[in-house]
Design a binder for this molecule. Structure first.
Ligand code: HEC
Ligand code: HEC
Length: 376
């Protein structure tokens, strides 16, 4: 089972490379039996015929037509996650998700061609970086730690202070803010790339523009999910998935009240809580209410073993440090903020702290879209 999964990974790697080599000019012939697919995209439907050219409009300036290979099917929802919510005004399609995946990795999206989204949301680090704070295009520092961007389809507010209502809005803000882009200029440049022009036409029935670039990014992000961790396997009945220490750790996690805010299966309650870190006003920046001073959105703990440093300011360097900080009841709140009533100081024995860490490590899972795309 593991071996065949591995084989699938290797095969799809080879396929991605092969498929991408053929996307160079001259325009590619439609891929027949090969398809670039995310690792867990399920069985390939190799017998399906390639789409007729009429489905792939977008001939380039020289009048050549770009014939696009079929997009990979949407990745299967990994084990352990709830059903993905529907999005009425930007339904997720394979065409949009594939396009968004490429855009996420493309430096063309930035003001000066120097940075792509994935420079701060690195696949290899569970879609974040190893830095406490990251610099935007132009050098200005972010004030808050870069979060991983998995399982966001389940959220209804974004950023540490929740000021963004949709993934479309965040993508638009990140495009302009992090990447410094003038969306009209970048959209026009994307339309000069025949492959992109064709992909936008297929996904949105229009050329790239200031609205559909963030929509494609958002569609991709909604399919960027993580699950199938050892903990998920245990929940699904696999008794050997967790070590005895990890099982003990989950008991500690529950009995010490961590579950009050980090609620399974997404390990967040989607609420804003003050745990006494730094003097950043947090949620108050958005709500203007004093009672929100110092509150931040409860981060998921999925893949937490891979996303150091921790907290909104990146102040905890290791997982041990973050666990110890939370267990002692957080830090000192800065007025007018008050520590959340859900967080109580706990006594953790060294054995319990170790078990808690082992349990948190069991939350590292598979992430859809494991392959890096090759940008056109
Ligand atoms: C220079 C680093 C950097 C780059 C480049 C970057 N981001 Fe981010 N991203 C961040 C930081 C920092 C935050 C948290 C901001 C905050 O909470 O105030 C964030 C937050 C997000 C979130 C919200 C996550 C959550 O849990 O609420 C999404 C979605 C996101 N970024 C998508 C993108 C997209 C799409 C791009 C490319 C257009 C991008 N990012 C480029 C640093 C970056
Ligand atoms: C009152 C709700 C609450 C409770 C209870 C709680 N946490 Fe948290 N946790 C948070 C919030 C909010 C943050 C982010 C704080 C910040 O950055 O300002 C956080 C951050 C973390 C982080 C860092 C995650 C990251 O990506 O930066 C870890 C690890 C963590 N908590 C573990 C625990 C453990 C272990 C317990 C139980 C001992 C616990 N938490 C109890 C709300 C809570």
């Amino acid at each position: 089972m593991i071996r065949s999964a591995l084989l699938l990974v290797l095969v799809s790697c080879a396929v991605v490379v092969a498929a991408c080599k053929t996307t160079e000019t001259p325009p590619p012939a439609p891929a027949k039996d090969v398809k670039a697919e995310p690792v867990d995209a399920g069985p390939a439907k190799a017998e399906e015929p390639p789409p007729p050219p009429s489905k792939a409009p977008g001939g380039d300036a020289d009048g050549r037509r770009v014939v696009l290979p079929e997009p990979p099917p949407l990745p299967n929802k990994p084990l352990g996650l709830p059903a993905l919510p529907e999005v009425a005004d930007n339904p997720t399609t394979p065409e949009k998700a594939e396009l968004g995946h490429r855009l996420f990795f493309d430096k063309r999206l930035s003001k000066d061609g120097s940075m792509a989204c994935n420079q701060c949301h690195l696949a290899a680090r569970a879609w974040t970086t190893e830095n406490a704070l990251d610099a935007k295009v132009g050098g200005a520092m972010n004030k808050r730690n870069t979060p991983g961007v998995v399982n966001l389809a389940f959220h209804t507010s974004f950023y540490w202070d929740g000021r963004m209502p949709t993934l479309e809005a965040v993508s638009n803000a990140a495009w302009k803010g992090q990447l410094g882009a003038d969306p009209a200029v970048v959209s026009a440049a994307l339309n000069d790339v025949p492959m992109y022009k064709a992909m936008f036409q297929r996904a949105f029935a229009e050329d790239a523009n200031v609205n559909n670039v963030p929509r494609a990014l958002a569609a991709f992000l909604r399919t960027l999910n993580s699950g199938n961790s050892a903990w998920d396997k245990a929940q699904a009945g696999d008794k050997s998935a967790l070590t005895a220490e990890q099982q003990e750790g989950f008991k500690v996690f529950s009995s010490k009240g961590c579950v009050n805010c980090h609620v399974p299966p997404l390990f967040t309650n989607f609420e804003f809580e003050n745990v006494g870190i730094g003097d950043d006003p947090g949620r108050k920046d958005f709500s203007k209410a004093d009672e929100d001073f110092g509150k931040f959105k409860v981060p998921t703990l999925r893949n937490v073993a891979l996303t150091a440093p921790y907290f909104h300011d990146g102040s905890a360097k290791t997982l041990e440090e973050a666990i110890a900080f939370m267990a002692k009841g957080g830090g000192k709140p800065v007025a007018p903020g008050k520590i959340s009533a859900k967080l109580k100081a706990q006594k953790l024995s060294p054995k319990e702290a170790k078990a808690l860490k082992a349990f948190l490590e069991s939350l590292s899972g598979d992430i859809t879209w494991a392959q890096e795309p090759v940008v056109p």
